[in-house]
Write a new protein. Structure first.
Length: 184
C-alpha cells in the first residue's frame, strides 16, 4: 500500500515555508483523507489562512512530501495537502532542520546490533529520501547501515538508514549523507 494512501494521524510532520525555511516540527493529530487535510498538535507561528507551505511527513513505509495551504473551518486551522509524492530520487528537495538524533544500533547482514552508548548526532537537513547529519569524525563509513531515532518535539521517530557519502569538515566532525531504508 502506498504511503500516500495512508492515515497520517500520529506521524511526525516537518513544516517549511515555500522558500524552505523550517517553521515547526510537530505531530499530526487528525488526518481527513477525503478532504485531504491535516490538523496539527502545534500550529506553525507565522502561517495565516491561505498561506502556502511545504510538508514532509515521516510516514511508513516511505516519507512523503506535499505542498500545503492553510485552511480554516470554524475555529480550527488545518493544512490542505496537494501535489503529494513519495520518496524521491537523489535530487529530492533538502530542508534544513536543527534537531538532535541518536544512532542506537548498527545493522550487519540484516541483524541489529545495539550500541551500548548511543551516538548523538546533529541533523543538518532532511528530504524524502534521506538525512544529512554531523557526527564525530570517522563514526561511520560509506555502506554502513544503522538504526536512528529522530527526536522531534520530545517524540521519537525510528528510522533505518544507510550511509551513501561522507564529507570531512577538517575538524573533529564529519557530515554523513544517508538514505532512508525504513521509517517506523
Amino acid at each position: 500500500m502506498s504511503s500516500l494512501a495512508s492515515d497520517y494521524t500520529g506521524n511526525t510532520v516537518l513544516i517549511y515555508t515555500t522558500n524552505g525555511d523550517h517553521l515547526v516540527s510537530t505531530v499530526i493529530t487528525e488526518h481527513d483523507k477525503h478532504a485531504k487535510q491535516i490538523q496539527l498538535e502545534t500550529f506553525p507561528t507565522g502561517l495565516n489562512v491561505n498561506d502556502e507551505c511545504k510538508l514532509m511527513i515521516l510516514s511508513s513505509p516511505a516519507p512523503c512530501e506535499f505542498n500545503g495551504k492553510v485552511k480554516k473551518t470554524g475555529a480550527s486551522l488545518f493544512i490542505g495537502m496537494f501535489q503529494g509524492q513519495e520518496r524521491e530520487s537523489r535530487s529530492a528537495t533538502r530542508y534544513p532542520v536543527n534537531t538532535p538524533a541518536l544512532i542506537t544500533a548498527h545493522l550487519i547482514d540484516g541483524t541489529t546490533h545495539p550500541i551500548q552508548n548511543p551516538l548523538a548526532v546533529a541533523l543538518i537537513n532532511i528530504s524524502t529520501s534521506g538525512v544529512r547529519f554531523r557526527a564525530a569524525y570517522y563514526s561511520l563509513d560509506v555502506g554502513d547501515e544503522f538504526e536512528m531515532h529522530l527526536i522531534i518535539n520530545n517524540n521519537r521517530k525510528k528510522v533505518v538508514a544507510g550511509v551513501v557519502n561522507t564529507l570531512d569538515n577538517g575538524t573533529e566532525s564529519s557530515e554523513y549523507g544517508c538514505a532512508f531504508i525504513v521509517i517506523e
